[in-house]
Design a binder for this molecule. Structure first.
Ligand code: SF4
Length: 245
């Protein structure tokens, strides 16, 4: 991936050019270009170690196990997710695992840990958005596992975006469907998140995630009963969405 000729463009322009240039690349080739090309060492994978995360983690590890991997521990996660993160990181041999937590200053805004009951947007901001912004300082891009089939704001997801800070945002699995994810996990015999066997097809913080009934949208259990569908660390119209979507 050569960014030099694109230097005159703003980040959104770079993302548009790269998006067109790499539209036909499969996920592995796109990651190979990003992680081993001119962006080597300047791109991090941000992973929730959730229900489908192991596929992208395995893909990234197969290209470069030294890729920085950022895991946001909001201190509200299921214990199963914390155990799974440690187990998968070891199994894949990830050598630059970065576990990021809210700072004491962040948590001063939620001293009793109940902010999520009153204002999920504010809670996601202090437990996710602010720590992630710190973690990504110094990187020129980051990789996410978001996919169009997940619906909501993701329907029109591009493989390349930019965030508010001007970093490239790479979504190599944007055009994967659920069957692609399942097939990849099966082909590589990857261990599933333990909660997927308990009707959690999408897994975030424990207070804001519930099981999903057959036929429901896979993300129906996230912030159930609220209009909110994203945690505020994603991009719409070229800007990071802060707070409730
Ligand atoms: Fe807070 Fe819920 Fe957002 Fe987690 S998902 S940061 S608990 S509002």
């Amino acid at each position: 991936m050569t960014l030099a000729p694109l230097a005159a463009l703003d980040p959104a322009g770079q993302a548009a050019i790269l998006g067109a240039q790499y539209a036909r690349l499969g996920a592995e080739d796109m990651l190979r270009e990003a992680l081993l090309g001119d962006l080597k060492g300047r791109v991090a994978l941000v992973s929730s170690f959730g229900a489908e995360s192991v596929a992208l983690l395995h893909l990234v590890a197969s290209v470069d196990r030294g890729t920085p991997v950022v895991f946001l521990d909001t201190e509200m996660l299921f214990p199963e997710t914390l155990d799974y993160q440690a187990r998968i990181a070891q199994a894949l041999g990830l050598t630059d695992m970065r576990i990021v937590r809210p700072s004491p200053d962040d948590l001063a805004g939620d001293a009793d840990g109940t902010l999520h009951q009153r204002d999920t947007g504010a809670c996601c901001h202090l437990r996710k958005v602010a720590p992630l912004e710190r973690a990504l300082t110094g990187f020129d891009g980051w990789i996410t596992g978001r996919k169009r089939y997940q619906g909501g704001q993701r329907i029109a997801l591009s493989k390349f975006e930019t965030d508010e800070a001007g970093r490239l945002k790479l979504n190599p699995l944007a055009d994967w469907g659920p069957a692609d994810v399942r097939a990849y996990i099966r082909r590589h015999d990857l261990p599933p998140h333990p909660l997927t066997a308990q009707d959690y097809p999408s897994i975030g913080c424990a207070p804001c995630t519930s099981p999903v009934a057959p036929g429901e949208d896979p993300r129906a259990g996230r912030w159930r009963g609220e209009a909110k569908t994203e945690c505020g660390i994603h991009v719409a119209d070229g800007k990071i969405i802060r707070g409730a979507a």
